[in-house]
Design a protein around this ligand. Structure first.
Ligand code: KMH
Ligand code: ZN
Length: 310
């Protein structure tokens, strides 16, 4: 891993796995998504990872028109790097997942590095009533969901987005996904430096155990040497402990309501910015400085805010 003195904080604002019933803080409308993004950026996040939701009912959508209701407002009011999902949601085809990113040509987008079971159905039993009709079935049906990211899918997203100069947040949910990235690098389809997001604690992916943190890190070191920046996200209650450990090991961190709705044990987060502020406080305790958006662009070799398509 390339040693990096400044810590890049990514904030994933809303995602597609949590549903409106699960937290009143989860942003749904374009106004809420823009507002949460700006506050997270002000709090210290230099990358904002974004999904879109139907403003009427919070259902995840890949519709570029919905993205365009909040992206320009975010771009206008912050220098933070905008990173669009290409993972979308369980109900979307790969084409739907890619359509907004193809249109807006962001500085960064996610690229999920392998197929896996991706489940949140155990959460369903926590709720007796739901805010919207679609939610319960959406959560429960994840016991039969395969998050499809075949080699062909990955190559397609990689090739199309690279033509737009977009760099990737390589989402690696298990150790094989690191080898998949190495495969594409060996074929010369993608060039370093890589921004590797190792992900822990998704039901279907590698568990949030410390040994796995070390294992993913040492495997990435073996495969990519100094040619990558390492970032860590962990789902739910592991979010802050894993971010802290990653930062102490020289890595970067991702927080945000996409990955965890909590701020402490049993305590719901009230905003994305609250999680950014918390990890920033932790980093400060260890004299770790955070990267500004410009420093982040430089570290990751991004094309620049003025080169996007929106
Ligand atoms: N929800 C995260 C665990 C994507 O947007 O492409 C992974 C993610 C996927 O952020
Ligand atoms: Zn995402």
């Amino acid at each position: 891993m390339k040693p990096n003195r400044k810590v890049i904080i990514t904030c994933a604002i809303t995602g597609a796995m949590h549903t409106p019933t699960m937290s009143d803080a989860l942003p749904i409308t374009p106004e809420q998504i823009a507002d949460e993004s700006l506050k997270a950026a002000e709090a210290g996040a230099s990358i904002i990872h974004l999904h879109a939701r139907d403003p009427e009912n919070g259902q995840p959508t890949g519709d570029p028109k919905v993205y365009m209701k909040f992206l320009p407002a975010i771009k206008e009011r912050t220098d933070a790097v905008i990173n669009l999902t290409t993972g979308g949601s369980p109900t979307m085809t790969v084409e739907e997942r890619l359509s907004a990113a193809m249109l807006v040509k962001p500085e960064m987008c996610s690229l999920n590095m392998g197929s896996l079971n991706f489940a949140m159905f155990p959460l369903a039993d926590r709720y007796k009533t739901w805010k919207y009709d679609w939610e319960e079935e959406y959560v429960r049906s994840s016991d039969d969901f395969i998050f499809r990211n075949t080699f062909r899918d990955i190559e397609k997203i990689m090739t199309i987005m690279a033509e737009h100069g977009t760099k990737f947040e390589h989402e690696c949910y298990d150790v094989g996904h690191l080898y998949n990235l190495a495969h594409f690098a060996d074929r010369g389809l993608i060039k370093p430096p890589f921004f590797i997001q190792t992900i822990f604690g998704i039901l279907g992916g590698i568990g949030a155990d410390e040994e796995n943190l070390m294992f993913m890190r040492s495997t990435a070191d073996r495969l990519f040497g100094d040619d990558y920046q390492w970032s860590v996200l962990a789902a739910g209650k592991s979010q802050m402990p894993f971010s802290t450990q990653a930062a102490l090991m020289g890595g970067n961190v991702r927080v945000g309501l996409e990955d965890s709705l909590f701020i402490g044990r049993g305590e719901m987060a009230t905003s994305n910015a609250q999680q950014v502020e918390k990890i920033k406080r932790v980093l400060a305790e260890f004299s770790l400085d955070i990267a500004t958006p410009e420093e982040t662009r430089q570290i990751l070799g991004l094309k620049g805010k003025d080169q996007v398509g929106f």
